[in-house]
Design a protein around this ligand. Structure first.
Ligand code: GRF
Length: 201
C-alpha cells in the first residue's frame, strides 16, 4: 500500500508511521511522499532523515480548491492509496475528499465527537472532562466527522494544563495511528455505514 502523509508542523505522528512502515510493522507498504503546506515544518527534516521523499505545496495566496488540486495531482502521480493527515492544519476541499473516497484518515486529539476543531486539548480542560483521548477516523466532507476507526482514552488529572494533557495524549496517538494504518494495510477493517468493523473471513 502506497501511503502519502500530509503535515504542517512537528510531524511526530508522521514519523511514527514512517518508522512502523520501515520496520515492517505495517506490512507491504511504503511511504511514497510526505507533503507539507508549510516550508518550515519541522517534520520535513524528520522525513528526509528517513529517506522519504518530501514536497512543499504552499498555498501562495491561492484558493483552497486550487491548492488542493495540486496536492491531489502529486498524490495521484505517485499512486498513493492511503492518505494520512498528521497535524495537517488545513481543511480539505470537497474535491480533495471526493478524489480519494474512504482513503483519507486523520488523527484528532480528543474523543470525537467531543471537542472538534482546533485546540481540542484546551477545549477538554476548559470543559472539565475527566477523560479525554484521541481518535483516528476517516475524513469526510465535514470537520472531524468521518467514521471512527479507533479511539484511546486518556485520564485528565487535576494538575493538567492543555500542554501536559496534549503531551500525555500524544504518547498514545502514535501507537493508535500506527495500529489503524496497519489494520487498513492488512485489509482487516471495512466501513459499514458510519461504523468501522473488522472484516469477517
Ligand atoms: C497531534 O496532536 C494530532 O492529533 C493533531 O495535531 C497534532 C500533530 O502533532 N491533529 P504531530 O505533528 O504529529 O507531532
Amino acid at each position: 500500500m502506497k501511503i502519502g502523509i500530509l503535515i504542517s508542523g512537528r510531524g511526530s505522528n508522521m514519523l511514527a508511521i514512517v518508522k512502523a512502515v520501515q520496520s515492517g510493522l505495517i506490512p507491504d507498504s511504503k511511504v511514497a511522499v510526505v507533503i507539507s503546506d508549510k516550508i518550515n515544518a519541522e517534520g520535513l527534516l524528520k522525513a528526509k532523515e528517513r529517506k522519504i521523499e518530501t514536497l512543499v505545496v504552499g498555498k501562495n495566496g491561492r484558493a483552497r480548491e486550487e491548492h488542493d488540486a495540486e496536492i491531489v495531482e502529486e498524490l495521484k502521480k505517485r499512486g498513493v492509496e492511503l492518505i494520512c493527515l498528521a497535524g495537517y492544519m488545513r481543511l480539505l476541499s470537497k474535491e480533495f475528499v471526493r478524489a480519494f473516497p474512504n482513503k483519507i484518515i486523520n488523527i484528532h486529539p480528543s474523543l470525537l465527537p467531543a471537542f472538534k476543531g482546533l485546540d481540542a486539548q484546551r477545549q477538554a480542560i476548559d470543559y472539565g472532562v475527566k477523560v479525554s483521548g484521541c481518535t483516528v477516523h476517516f475524513v469526510d466532507e465535514a470537520l472531524d466527522h468521518g467514521a471512527i476507526i479507533a479511539q484511546k482514552t486518556v485520564a485528565v488529572i487535576d494538575d493538567d494544563t492543555a500542554e501536559t494533557l496534549a503531551a500525555r495524549i500524544l504518547e498514545h496517538e502514535h501507537a493508535l495511528y500506527v495500529q489503524a494504518v496497519r489494520q487498513i494495510a492488512a485489509g482487516e477493517i471495512e466501513i459499514v455505514g458510519r461504523r468501522v468493523v473488522s472484516v469477517k473471513n
